[in-house]
Design a protein around this ligand. Structure first.
Ligand code: FES
Length: 141
């Protein structure tokens, strides 16, 4: 049911932990199952220099958190923002359809950490795009 990549990232998740003096911290709960993810980012010169996470969730949530942090590390903040849960799921060679909502946790927590970073620096928070919002809301029911 799960790809080898999912199993690998679930068994050996990358970037687990916290960052002291993080430049941005984000936390989201998945409305569908109640699982939670917290993300810490360190930003230098508009680049995500370091990222760590803690996910209290299922195997798919942990694997997608791990993969998502690998994918945004070293990226410009704007490019990190553009990372979608679909791209993360693809990088994991797919998630079972009923588990796609789990990958939203990583995308949402990264967005919330980026906006926390923007707030702290007096920048306008970026808006979630409408499609994404609709999906999150759909899963809330
Ligand atoms: Fe909650 Fe997967 S079941 S994130």
């Amino acid at each position: 049911m799960y790809s080898e990549k999912v199993m690998d990232h679930f068994r050996n998740p990358r970037n687990v932990g916290e960052i002291e003096n993080a430049d941005g911290i984000g936390e989201v709960g998945n409305p569908k199952c109640g699982d939670i993810m917290k993300v810490y980012i360190k930003v230098n010169d508009d680049v995500i220099e370091d990222i760590k996470f803690k996910t209290f969730g299922c195997a798919s949530a942990i694997a997608s958190s791990s993969m998502a942090t690998e994918m945004v590390k070293g990226k410009k903040v704007r490019d990190a923002w553009e990372l979608t849960n679909r791209a993360v799921a693809e990088a994991l060679d797919g998630l079972p359809p009923v588990k796609m909502h789990c990958s939203l946790l990583a995308e949402g927590a990264i967005h919330s950490a980026i906006n926390d970073y923007r707030n702290r620096n007096g920048l306008e928070p970026w808006e979630e795009d409408k499609v994404h919002k609709a999906v999150m809301e759909e899963h809330a029911h």
